[in-house]
Design a binder for this molecule. Structure first.
Ligand code: DNO
Length: 353
């Protein structure tokens, strides 16, 4: 297990590289050029500039999260070929600074969705919360109007470019079935994976979060059978998955430990975090500790240990604790505690063989 830590970049993140360096066992920074719109090439100069910032702290930058996919690729529009060519160029540029894994997702329109950013837990800390009924009852067009009336309206994880022309996007997806989305994903991967092989960079798709359809949009990376299908679209070790225990864990039917065993060798990147599920389908993010949520983090780390996992891992969303001022889910303190828990489990499994 090679521990890495997500950082949004200077001026974009209150967490500093100096502080990240003080968390035991972190070897690399998970990064992205967050201001480059999906579909554009990531310029080599910008990548090298960031490398110069990170290098002095002794971190590698082998993991990128995310190079986002232009909606035209997901929609299978004729213009997709231009955006796929740009993606290939970005892969080549990333290869030049030693990137080994690209995390991405194939969720139409939205990335991760929550209904509350600072929901209070019983100990007074706050965490990201998802109220199922609120999203289920929300008319996407009401959402579109809300955004149009308030240009600053946003939700965590929503990349600004996805909000542009939201209503036309909903319109465009109206007739896109899950099968079409699968076929568009297959088309993309067939073109990208040979380029990844050439540059020794693994693609690692992130599961849909939450792992079910929202706002009537198709979502296809939601569970074990779907991930199996995804991996068979192009049967190469370069076509892999970011196994996110928090995203998949929102659905009680997902057996993450079974997935780690089945997909061993095809998981270049692990996101490890806990969620507490409620009977009505709501969920809240908790500390990483097994006892605090519904996901068996102990069993998950054990499964990684038993399958000889040598990929990258990062703690995922933390709670907001100790009054820290930070991006929701991405504070220093709770993610640092999460890392120590993960290492504690790992070291104990290693000791007992
Ligand atoms: C949330 C993240 C996701 C993830 C993307 C990958 O915190 O796990 O936003 O970065 O879905 O493309």
């Amino acid at each position: 297990m090679r521990m890495v830590f997500r950082w949004y970049g200077e001026g974009n993140d209150n967490v500093t590289l100096q502080h990240i360096r003080q968390i035991p066992g972190v070897e690399g920074i998970v990064w992205a050029l967050h201001d480059i719109p999906a579909g554009d090439v990531w310029p080599l100069e910008r990548i090298v500039e960031l490398k110069r910032t990170i290098d002095p702290y002794g971190f590698h930058m082998e993991v990128v999260e995310s190079v986002n996919i232009h909606e035209d690729i997901k929609l299978g529009r004729p213009t997709r070929d231009t955006y796929i060519d740009n993606y290939k160029q970005t892969i080549a540029n990333l290869g030049q600074v030693g990137v080994k894994t690209i995390c991405y997702n194939f969720m139409p329109v939205f990335d991760w969705v929550r209904t509350e950013l600072f929901k209070e837990l019983e100990d007074g800390s706050t965490a990201l919360f998802y109220e199922k009924a609120q999203v289920a009852d929300m008319d996407p067009m009401v959402l579109v109007r809300k955004i149009a009336d308030n240009p600053d309206f946003t939700m965590p994880g929503w990349e600004p470019e996805r909000l542009v022309r939201l209503s036309s996007l909903f319109e465009a997806y109206k007739d896109v079935t899950e099968e079409q989305l699968w076929s568009n994903l297959g088309y993309f991967l067939e073109q990208i994976i040979p380029v990844c092989e050439e540059h020794d960079i693994k693609m690692a798709i992130h599961p849909d979060d939450p792992p079910w359809s929202i706002f009537g949009l198709p979502r296809i990376v939601t569970g074990q059978a779907n991930i199996r299908r995804l991996l068979s679209l192009v049967d190469s070790p370069y076509n892999g998955v970011t196994l996110c225990s928090g995203s998949l864990g929102a659905n009680p039917d997902n057996d993450i430990i079974a997935m780690i065993h089945e997909f061993a060798g095809r998981i270049p990147f692990a996101h490890i975090r806990n969620v507490r599920r409620y009977e009505n389908g709501d969920f809240i993010e908790t500390s990483h500790r097994t006892a605090d949520g519904s996901v068996d983090i102990t069993g998950i780390v054990q499964a990684y240990y038993e399958t000889g996992f040598s990929g990258y891992a990062r703690p995922d969303h933390g709670r907001n604790v100790f009054g820290e001022v930070c991006r929701p889910g991405y504070g220093l303190y709770d993610r640092a505690m999460g890392i120590m828990y993960l290492w504690g489990l790992w070291d104990a499994f290693e000791r007992s063989g």
